[in-house]
Ligand binder design. Structure first.
Ligand code: SD4
Length: 337
């Protein structure tokens, strides 16, 4: 396996300027990558379906996506099926039902979906609908638009027949009341809650698709929209090149258009791993020697079925499944373990 330095050199030869910060972290990352990424070579995956998802609950999302893929279904259907799993899970406090509310007690949801033809749909600041990813898909398929927000997104969902329900569970309400007491109702970025689902799939016909769904940062300011519904930030798919998704502090991803950056780097010759490392380096390189509470994780696949992942800090996990194997992996991190 080439070292990260060699990776970056290859990338640079392909015309990509690699950040100095990324090079600084290179040596320490080599061994960990080898240990932590039991990655079969892409050739063994050629022509086979693949699905990858962020975080450990990505295992359950992958299982739902896999049921679509193994029957020869489309990557787009697979990622939607996968994203709906955490959306319905009340125990997941940062996606859909049971998501932690904003500062004012509203659960507001962001989601998007994209296919290999560059079609995309998205909703943001949506309340009262359990499956924002499915609303996003219908924005893509049944409107001339890409993104609907807030009351307009809700009206569209109603018109499309989506049932409404209160998404604030008793657990989430208690956590919010607790936070409000402790935080004296002052807004703050919540650093611990990083559980957005980003899911990417390749189907039997080689088509790629991705989806992203979240209730966003816990106890955020009312009206805050994160990276998850922004095409090019938390999600980007190019059918000929690859797909990328992001999780973590959305503001950092939005400012750098990370999803687009990762796919663009792959287009210019980087592997998914190199591309994720460079995109993280652009963020982490500006954080000084201590990232504080900042966390961002990128996950990417390319058209050949190679996987890459990188994070600002340790702790970011992702799951991949290709039929024979279902694997949960600790992503390497810029700031090391
Ligand atoms: C956001 N990126 O709203 C989302 C939150 C997240 O894991 O990913 N949590 O900023």
């Amino acid at each position: 396996m080439p070292t990260r330095r060699e990776f970056l050199a290859t990338c640079a030869l392909a015309g990509v300027a690699v950040g100095a910060a990324g090079r600084a972290a290179a040596g320490a990352a080599d061994a960990r990558e080898a240990e932590e990424q039991p990655e079969p070579d892409a050739a063994s995956r050629a022509g086979r379906p693949l699905v990858v998802s962020t975080w450990n609950f990505g295992v359950a999302a992958n299982a739902a996506a896999w049921r679509v893929l193994e029957g020869g279904g489309a990557a787009l259907d697979a990622v939607e099926a996968g994203a709906r799993v955490p959306e319905s899970d009340p125990a997941n406090h940062s996606v859909g039902l049971g998501g932690y509310p904003d500062r004012d007690g509203h659960v507001t949801l962001d989601a998007c979906i994209m296919d290999d033809r560059g079609r995309a749909g998205s909703v943001c600041f949506l309340e009262g609908i359990e499956h924002p990813v499915s609303v996003a898909r219908l924005v893509m398929e049944r409107t001339p638009h890409v993104m609907l927000a807030g009351a307009g997104a809700l009206r569209f969902a109603r018109e499309q027949g989506f049932p409404e329900r209160d998404l604030l569970t008793e657990d989430a309400r208690r956590a919010w009341l607790e936070w409000r007491r402790e935080a004296k109702y002052e807004p703050r970025a919540n650093a611990e809650r990083h559980d957005t689902l980003g899911i990417l799939a390749r189907d039997r016909d080689g088509r790629l698709a991705g989806a992203c769904t979240t209730s966003g940062l816990a106890f955020k300011l009312h009206g805050r929209v994160g990276d998850s519904p922004i095409v090019g930030a938390a999600l980007f798919v190019d059918g000929r090149v690859g797909a990328a998704t992001a999780t973590g502090h959305g503001e950092f991803v939005m400012r750098t258009l990370g999803g687009f950056l990762v796919v663009e780097l792959m287009r210019q010759g980087c592997s998914p791993q190199e591309a994720c490392e460079e995109a993280i380096a652009r963020i982490a390189g500006d954080l000084g020697s201590d990232p504080g509470e900042v966390q961002v994780g990128y996950l990417a696949i390319d058209a050949a079925g190679r996987i890459g992942a990188h994070a600002v800090r340790p702790g970011f996990q992702y799951a991949w499944r290709d039929g024979e194997r279902e694997v949960l992996v600790d992503a390497p991190a810029f700031f090391g373990d």
